[in-house]
Design a protein around this ligand. Structure first.
Ligand code: FRU
Length: 738
């Protein structure tokens, strides 16, 4: 060979090496239309691979060829596992297509030499499969199996997998188990959030020991950052703190912007933050939980996501108030654990130490929402500052009921036991206990009564007196199925004998608040006897659109605190819920206006000198000859909210279709919001406005409408309109609020 030939041969050899890059090896593509070679357990995957979605499933897309493994056979509640036969790892990567839910118990697992090496779930809740890649270079030559597991019931409790192949190229744009490591020397790790980004699943560990359970965080992936959230790391100073992303995209813009900081601005983007209603400091809030009074403090816990303004990662947030007017933020009270997220529940003061955690211990009873919903307890002997979870949790479970939650507990003196009201799908089940640890079923209520158009949630059973007689009232929140769509709270009036609740014969469903934004509310426990009031607070939102309302760095407020009373409205008994008397102390200054006889129209041009959108207007309307009338709040842009008293149809309607920003949800402002009205000679009105909320109380809370609004300027005028005849508007007062 001459020199030239040698060079030519060398080039040829190089080209050949390049060409012989090893080809992909298909582990499984399910194209045989059978599960041959797999061990099939349970029924979730069916008898053969699927050809797309099953009945009741959204369109399944992005799989390869004709078949895929889909565990939706039998719906989300079915469970099952596919186990592959053994194969040898011969390439650098394993690529596969994956979709379905993001639950801990819907995953694909790689087991090498009997040890679990990867456990991966879909990166978003989606029926569109996407490529994912495992880097298996360290396992080359070893023997492996793959398990595809669906051990999860309920929403998104399924997995989709297809086209599992060994390859020397990575197909995924995701990095699996991507780590960010910090030597902790500041208070927080700040994470940029975009509410429209999919949730990343992030595990926190300190010096290698995992803390809590993984967090679902919508880490910003594109240029767009909505706001930031802090992860508190102060107590780990001097240690190595690692955030492991189950998957991160290589193209994510902000992974390296996640940083330590000693400061975090808790208050920004505040346009719609109410000033005299309770809100979370930042993050997402839903149901009020565990309201209890102890030693001069009213505690208010709440469903809370500290890592974003959308529902996820349910904790119990915590606030306290000495006067039911001002709230102080306390650290999170309960965080998710291996039994699940911390869903709604209640708190009691164990005066006689029935549970053995100490006299006057504060005991929280809540739902652990994990694979199934079970009831757990936790106790505090330092006035709610810290809680210890009971070591033998859960204290109550029922594997046969998927919606099994929201325990509300009270001490029933007559039967000498704790009573728990629990939402059990479409009924309320009552349980009794001597010690809060062992519970026995007493009775079940609700079949065929009231509204059943949605899931029953957040019950509360309590006595109210009427004309010296004791009546028992049962609250049941329902979603959807409210009188005006979405979430609302219905109630029943009857008797309770320590075992069974019997509803009086009334025209159910009855609703506490006909507005669209008062949900999941219950009463305070342990209110001092000398006070004796039944204090109520609700979540001022609706599941129809709660996850898309405009505010970003915090989401949701609670209603004004209200006092529950049984009154007769002229036709039947109702639970009135006027604001508590303390509310009037929050008036800062006011203006009293002249009485006015209105024919056609009357406008109060300027509501207040210093109008910040936080005020109360009160007045009494006396219609002549039962004339219908309306009044509306209007801003300089013409945005308005109307309150229409139709005395012919006996309906009070609220119209927020022109109230400001409404386009974030098709469900927000599409229809009039109606409440039944009993004709009266006079309507005493109190209308509270607090930036993004309106609460209308008619005749001391006999009829109530709570509705959110998002005006782009404050409403600064009030107009009355009468079509025929006239009304007299009297005792008009406008108060600025603190
Ligand atoms: C009601 C509810 C409860 C549940 C909680 C979860 O709004 O669905 O039933 O415990 O929210 O955050």
């Amino acid at each position: 060979m001459n020199k030239k030939q040698i060079i030519c041969n060398a080039i040829l050899a190089l080209v050949l090496i390049g060409c012989t890059t090893k080809s992909d090896i298909t582990i499984e593509d399910f194209e045989s239309g059978t599960f041959d070679g797999w061990t099939v357990e349970g029924d979730a995957f069916g008898a053969t691979p699927a050809t797309g979605g099953y009945q009741g499933q959204q369109n399944v897309e992005g799989f390869s060829g004709k078949f895929l493994a889909n565990s939706f056979n039998g719906g989300d509640d079915s469970r099952g596992t596919l186990i592959s036969k053994e194969f040898t790892i011969e390439r650098d990567y394993i690529n596969f297509l994956i979709g379905g839910g993001m639950h801990e118990d819907t995953y694909i697992e790689l087991v090498v030499d009997g040890k679990s090496v990867y456990k991966s779930r879909s990166v978003v809740e989606s029926e569109t499969l996407q490529w994912m890649t495992w880097d298996v270079r360290e396992s080359k030559g070893k023997s492996a199996i793959i398990r595809i597991v669906d051990n999860q019931r309920g929403g998104w409790g399924h997995i989709l997998v297809d086209q599992i192949e060994q390859s020397n190229t990575e197909k995924s744009v995701f990095m699996v188990d991507h780590k960010l490591v910090f030597e902790a020397d500041k208070k927080y790790i700040l994470v940029p959030i975009d509410d429209d980004a999919p949730e990343s699943l992030i595990t926190l560990d300190v010096d290698g020991a995992v803390v809590g359970v993984p967090m679902y965080i919508r880490v910003a992936q594109t240029e767009k950052i909505g706001y930031w959230v802090p992860i508190d790391i102060e107590k780990y100073k001097g240690k190595k703190v690692t955030l492991t992303f189950a998957h991160a995209k290589k193209t994510d813009k902000h992974l390296n912007d996640i940083k330590q900081s000693d400061t975090f601005n808790f208050n920004y983007n505040e346009a719609y933050r109410p000033s005299y209603h309770h809100t979370p400091q930042y993050g997402w809030m839903n149901d009020p939980n565990g309201m209890v009074y102890l030693d001069g403090e009213y505690h208010l816990f709440y469903q809370y996501n500290p890592y974003g303004s959308r529902w996820a990662n349910m904790h119990w947030g915590h606030s306290v108030s000495k006067d039911l007017k001002k709230w102080e933020y306390l650290p999170v009270a309960l965080a998710p654990d291996s039994l699940g997220a911390i869903f709604s529940g209640s708190a009691v003061i164990d005066k006689n130490n029935t549970a053995g955690f100490g006299r006057d211990a504060m005991i929280a009873i809540y739902t652990s929402a994990g694979k199934s919903q079970t009831q757990s307890i936790a106790y505090s002997t330092d006035k709610g500052r810290t809680f210890t979870k009971y070591e033998h949790n859960p204290v109550l479970s029922d594997p046969n009921i998927a919606d099994f939650r929201d325990p509300k507990v009270f001490w029933h003196d007559a039967s000498r036991q704790w009573i728990m009201s629990l939402a059990t799908s479409q009924t309320i089940t009552f349980y009794g206990s001597a010690n809060l640890k062992e519970w026995n079923k007493l009775s079940e209520f609700g079949k065929g009564l009231g509204s059943h158009e949605g899931v029953w949630e957040c019950p509360d059973l309590f006595p109210l007196s009427y004309n010296g007689q004791t009546k028992w009232v049962l609250f049941v929140s329902i979603n959807p199925g409210g009188p005006n769509g979405g979430s609302a709270t219905q109630y029943f009036i009857g008797s309770f004998d320590g075992k069974t609740f019997k509803a009086d014969d009334m025209d159910y469903p009855l609703w506490l608040d006909y507005g669209r934004d008062n949900y999941a509310g219950v009463t305070w426990s342990n209110v001092p006897a000398k006070d004796g009031r039944h204090l109520f607070i609700g979540w001022m939102n609706n599941w129809d659109y709660a996850n898309s309302v405009p505010p970003v760095d915090f989401s949701s407020a609670n209603t004004l605190i209200r006092e529950l009373k049984l009154v007769h409205n002229g036709k039947y008994l109702v639970v009135a819920n006027p604001p508590i008397s303390e509310t009037t102390d929050m008036r800062r200054d006011g203006e009293k206006l002249e009485n006015k006889q209105v024919e056609k129209t009357y406008t109060i041009e300027k509501l207040l000198k210093d109008n910040q959108g936080t005020y109360e207007i009160e007045f009494t309307v006396k219609p002549k000859n039962e004339n219908s009338f309306e009044f509306k709040l209007v801003n300089i842009k013409g945005e308005n909210i109307r309150f229409v008293f139709d005395l012919k149809k006996n309906i009070l309607s609220v119209d927020r279709s022109k109230s400001g920003i409404i386009d974030f949800s098709a469900n927000f402002a599409q229809a009039m919001i109606n409440a039944p009205l009993v004709t009266k000679a006079a309507y005493k009105i109190r209308l509270f406005v607090d930036k993004s909320s309106t609460e209308l109380f008619v005749n001391d809370g006999e009829v109530v409408q709570t509705n959110q609004v998002f005006p782009t300027e404050v409403y600064n005028s009030l107009t009355f309109d009468v079509n025929d005849g006239s009304i007299s508007v009297e005792d008009i007062n406008i108060y600025n609020f603190k």
